[in-house]
Design a protein around this ligand. Structure first.
Ligand SMILES: Nc1nc2nc(S)n(CCO)c2c(=O)[nH]1
Length: 159
């Protein structure tokens, strides 16, 4: 059984563009995962902890035969392989991979919430996601609609 999942990728330490490209290559190389679309890269103001460097963000679509739980573990394994350090919650990071959606799956556990609970509030997710899935429905509205409501001040595509 195959489904399309959406990932949010970001970072604000180091050569982020190269790091995100490496993360996507690693995901694409995993059994049961195939990257089928990647958004432009965006420069975005930090959300959450605001006194930190601006981020680079992108979104990717993955065709996958993995369960949501296995896909989450695959994303965490790529972060570990790239030595992503979790220093401070919502603080600076080299590379971060968020599982946003996985087909029509819904989850609400300690380890996994699907769709991602904050994705409709985050312009750094919605703008890249609109590049590749503008008509994806989240909580009754399209990604394009959520993006039109989001605070996009200062967010620019880099690529
Ligand atoms: N602009 C921006 N702000 C963020 N705050 C957090 S936490 N993160 C990590 C994503 O969960 C980001 C991010 O990727 N981009």
């Amino acid at each position: 059984m195959s489904a399309q999942a959406m990932l949010g990728l970001g970072g604000n330490i180091g050569e982020v563009k190269a790091q995100l490209a490496d993360a996507l290559r690693r995901l694409d190389a995993l059994d049961g995962c195939r990257i089928v679309a990647v958004s432009r890269l965006y420069r975005t103001p930090p959300w959450g902890v605001t006194d930190q460097a601006w981020f680079n963000n992108a979104c990717a679509a993955v065709q996958t035969t993995l369960t949501p739980e296995a896909l989450l573990e695959a994303c965490l394994s790529v972060e570990r392989a790239m030595k992503r350090e979790r220093i401070q919650r919502w603080g600076p990071r080299t590379v971060d991979i968020d599982l946003l959606t996985c087909g029509e799956e819904q989850r609400a556990s300690q380890t996994l919430s699907l769709p991602h609970p904050r994705m409709t509030e985050r312009a750094f997710v919605l703008l890249p996601l609109k590049d590749i899935a503008p008509d994806l429905m989240i909580a009754g509205h399209s990604v394009a609609h959520w993006a039109s409501l989001s605070q996009t001040a200062g967010i620019e595509p880099i690529t």
